[in-house]
Write a protein that binds this ligand. Structure first.
Ligand code: FES
Length: 158
């Protein structure tokens, strides 16, 4: 795996200037690395740790905690289905079953065509949209299974 491009390394170094503590630059730095590589292989985690002068264990712990980061190759689009209380009470379980059937994968997996990585998530701060999901950075809801199909079709083409 190739190292991060010089521009991305410079961007991560510059990020530190915006924060009083190096740790505060870690999330945006991981987003930069993932934007460049599509996921966060061990080498990228080590590079981020070196650039921010943080322990690799801390970088790895943060990257594995947040559902927006991938520690293995991911699909072109990330689907995060909220299964927290408001969404659960409003039909998230039906949407989960529907997504599993349509995508042919279980939560945590990537479709064979590489179009989608599907994950369940805690509250995505849009309970008024329940049941809802996010595709990449966009929130959608309240959703019916038919609307989910339309979303999949739209994103699969991108
Ligand atoms: S419970 Fe689903 S967005 Fe809050």
């Amino acid at each position: 795996m190739a190292p991060l491009p010089d521009e991305a390394r410079d961007e991560i170094r510059r990020l530190q200037r915006h924060y009083e503590q190096r740790q505060s630059a870690l999330l945006p730095a991981l987003f930069v690395a993932q934007r460049e590589l599509g996921w966060l292989p061990p080498q990228a985690l080590q590079e981020v740790a070196d650039l921010l002068d943080l322990p690799l264990s801390e970088v790895t712990a943060v990257a594995s905690f947040y559902r927006f980061f991938f520690l293995e190759p991911a699909g072109r689009h990330l689907i995060l289905l909220c299964t927290n209380l408001a969404c659960l009470l409003n039909g998230a379980e039906d949407l989960r079953r529907h997504l599993e059937e349509r995508l042919g994968v279980r939560p945590g997996q990537t479709t064979p065509d590489g179009a989608f990585t599907f994950r369940e998530s805690e509250c995505l701060a849009a309970c008024h949209l329940a049941p809802m999901l996010m595709v990449d950075r966009e929130r959608f809801g309240p959703l019916t299974p038919r609307e989910v199909d339309e979303l999949l079709e739209r994103y699969r083409a991108r």
